[in-house]
Each structure stands twice: as structure tokens, then as C-alpha cells.
Design a protein around this ligand. Structure first.
Ligand SMILES: NC(=O)c1ccc[n+]([C@@H]2O[C@H](COP(=O)([O-])OP(=O)(O)OC[C@H]3O[C@@H](n4cnc5c(N)ncnc54)[C@H](OP(=O)(O)O)[C@@H]3O)[C@@H](O)[C@H]2O)c1
Length: 344
């Protein structure tokens, strides 16, 4: 308990300090304009936007109200389906992950996402499908500026991060990269992050961040870098909720992006059949997948479920027309069992 209180005090002091540094780094990065973000407004207008009043985990509403202690937590605008990053750019709050998708599946999935109004695509050099992501984007009718692409460089690339960044830019071939993450901690990660900072300065990358960084790792890493990460992407699903890590990151003004929202391939069946999730789904006339995604959004967590099935991709975007009650959010929070599926 004492350790937890000390950690919270340290987090608070750290967050105040970062808020001061942050404005300086944003200026020096030359960022300030806001990308159009997700613009599926006609679809959004047709739906009942109950969601725009919902609260995220930081106790903030999309109208910009803040609760005590959560002054800098990012605010989701569920009407525009975006969140403004600390870099000044807008990021869609629901998209598509592409891990384990073959080139053809990836091309088709990205195409399906863009056709149904989704604008956030998550890839990585490690996934080997950046070329397909780029090709699907170039072949679509959607203007580049409306699309938000995240990619990542892997620890095995940290010995030549500049080369790794250039290789991502070449493979994607979509001009700039919206968000580039370090895939997970490893030797040379601070230097690799400095290369990301330089890429921001050079206008090659708009926002930068980390993946698989938790409280201790962030406490050690952040004092060594200039630009506060815009996003931290970590594993998050009802059986692994990161109940302390999520608010810790959000209170630093950093957006949390959950990966493997359904537990990851091979783990989805049990989650979708979960009695609590299924009952909530039935009550709202939606699917278990939609309940899980909606739960994330109401905690202020960006989602990018992976799918090779266009129907699933459409379903995963259709999460803005219903709202989970506080009681339902509470019920899902009791499903936590510390069951992490990724090794890092
Ligand atoms: N940063 C990291 O270290 C890291 C690690 C893992 C993942 N990620 C990112 O997070 C993304 C998502 O995670 P993930 O791929 O591990 O797993 P996931 O999104 O939790 O689960 C994917 C599985 O869910 C199924 N699915 C998707 N939508 C569905 C729906 N509406 N109904 C029923 N089944 C559905 C998919 O099958 P179908 O294809 O049949 O739809 C697939 O088997 C990845 O693609 C990647 O972009 C990042």
C-alpha cells in the first residue's frame, strides 16, 4: 500500500514536470497543425451519438471536463471519433491491426477498413506487410491526410534506427508516417528514440511513441528523451486490463493504445463466450467483440483489432451507437485475471 502511494506521488510530480517540458519539445519539433483525422461524419450523423457524453477512465468527458487529479489526460471526442495527441495531431480512436496478415489479406483488410470509414491502421516493420498497407492506401479514394498510419521499428533495428526509419518510409511509400513506435524495449532504445525525434524534426514522422513500456520502464526512459511520447501501445483486454498502468500513462498526457483487444489470435473464443461479456452484448443487441471495443473506448483506450474478415472489420467500426453503463463497465473490470498473452 505504502509503495503504491509513493508511486502515485512520484507519478504526479513526474507528470507536472513533464507538462512543463512538453510544451517546449512540441514547439521545437515544429508541430502544431492538426490532421483531419477520421472523417466518417455522414455515417456518424446517422447514428445515435449517445457515446459523445461517455466518460473515459480518467474521469473526463468528451466535452473537455476534467476530474481532479487527471488534468492532462487525453480526451476522446467520440463524435469525431478522434483524440488529439500531445503532438497536436488527431488520431482516430478505432482502427485495424495488421499483425499476422499476409500481403493479400492485409491489402484487402485495409481496403475494407477504408471503405467502411475506418481511418487508423497499425502495422510494423516486424509484420512484413507495410508495402501492402501503403499500396491499399494509394489505391483507395481516401485522401492521405485523412488516414493515420502507425508503424514500429524492432529492437533488432535499434543499431541503425535512421536506416530503419528510412526503410519504413520506403516500404509504406505514403509520404510521411503519422506515428512511429519503438516496438519494445531493448539495447539502444534511447538512441533509437532520439532518431525518431530527429525524424519528427525533419517532417518524416508526425508523432512518436513506445510499445510494451510499463510504469518502471517509463520512469527510467522518459527523463532521457526530449519529446514526450504521444502514444504508448500495450496489451490490453478484459483478462489483462492494466488497471494501474492505463491511468498512469494517461495522466502523463499520453494516449494509451491497447493491442490484442480480443486477447490475440487463438484466445478470442473464450473471451467472446465469457458470460459477463455475452450478457452485456445481448442487453445492447451487439456482439461480444463490440462490447470489448466499446469498453476500451470508454476507458480512453484506442483500439486496433486485427481481422482478415471484411464483415468483422465493419462490425469493429460500428461501436459508436451504444454506450455501456457504469455498472457494465464495473462488471467487466472484475474480469481482470492478469492473463498476459504476449511475452514482453
Ligand atoms: N505492439 C505490439 O507488441 C503488438 C503485439 C500484438 C499485437 N499488436 C497490434 O494489435 C493488433 C491486434 O492484436 P492481435 O492481432 O494480436 O489480436 P486481436 O485483435 O485481439 O484478435 C484478432 C483475432 O480476432 C478475430 N476477430 C476480429 N474481429 C472479430 C469480430 N468482430 N468477431 C469475431 N472475431 C474477430 C480475428 O479473426 P478474423 O480474422 O477471422 O476476423 C483474429 O483471429 C495487431 O494486429 C497489431 O497491429 C501489437
Amino acid at each position: 500500500m505504502r509503495k503504491r502511494i509513493l508511486t502515485l506521488i512520484a507519478a504526479l510530480l513526474f507528470s507536472v514536470c513533464l507538462a512543463g517540458c512538453d510544451s517546449g519539445s512540441a514547439d521545437s519539433s515544429g508541430q502544431g497543425s492538426t490532421s483531419p483525422g477520421n472523417t466518417s461524419s455522414s455515417e456518424a450523423e446517422q447514428e445515435e451519438e449517445l457515446s459523445s457524453k461517455s466518460e473515459n477512465s480518467a474521469g473526463e468527458t468528451s466535452t473537455g471536463e476534467t476530474s481532479a487529479g487527471g488534468s492532462s489526460a487525453p480526451v476522446f471526442d467520440l463524435e469525431s471519433r478522434t483524440v488529439t495527441l500531445n503532438s497536436g495531431y488527431e488520431m482516430p480512436v478505432a482502427g485495424l491491426g495488421t499483425y499476422a496478415l499476409s500481403d493479400e489479406e492485409c491489402y484487402n483488410s485495409v481496403t475494407a477498413l477504408l471503405e467502411c470509414g475506418g481511418r487508423l491502421i497499425d502495422t510494423a516493420s516486424y509484420y512484413g506487410n507495410e508495402e501492402s498497407v501503403g499500396r491499399a492506401i494509394r489505391d483507395s479514394d481516401v485522401p492521405r491526410e485523412e488516414i493515420f498510419v502507425t508503424t514500429k521499428i524492432y529492437p533488432t533495428e535499434f543499431d541503425d534506427p535512421e536506416g530503419a526509419i528510412e526503410a519504413c518510409l520506403e516500404r509504406l511509400d505514403i509520404g510521411y508516417i503519422d506515428l512511429m513506435l519503438l516496438h519494445h524495449p531493448g539495447d539502444g532504445d534511447v538512441e533509437a528514440y532520439h532518431a525518431l525525434e530527429k525524424a519528427v524534426e525533419d517532417g518524416k514522422v508526425r508523432s512518436i511513441g513506445l510499445s510494451n513500456w510499463y510504469i518502471e520502464e517509463l520512469e527510467e526512459f522518459l527523463p532521457q528523451v526530449e519529446i514526450t511520447p504521444s502514444v504508448v501501445q500495450n496489451e490490453i483486454h478484459p483478462y489483462y486490463q492494466e488497471q494501474e498502468v492505463v491511468p498512469y500513462i494517461q495522466n502523463l498526457g499520453i494516449v494509451v493504445n491497447g493491442y490484442s483487444p480480443f486477447g490475440g489470435r487463438g484466445h478470442t473464443a473464450e473471451l467472446f463466450a465469457d458470460e459477463v461479456i455475452s450478457a452485456i452484448a445481448e442487453a445492447h443487441g451487439v456482439t461480444s467483440a463490440q462490447v470489448v471495443l466499446r469498453w476500451n473506448l470508454q476507458r480512453g483506450v484506442v483500439v486496433n483489432p486485427s481481422s482478415s474478415n471484411p464483415e468483422h472489420i465493419r462490425e469493429n467500426q460500428d461501436i459508436f451507437g451504444f454506450e455501456l453503463t457504469e455498472e457494465e463497465m464495473e462488471q467487466i473490470s472484475t474480469l481482470e485475471r492478469g492473463e498476459k498473452h504476449e511475452w514482453y
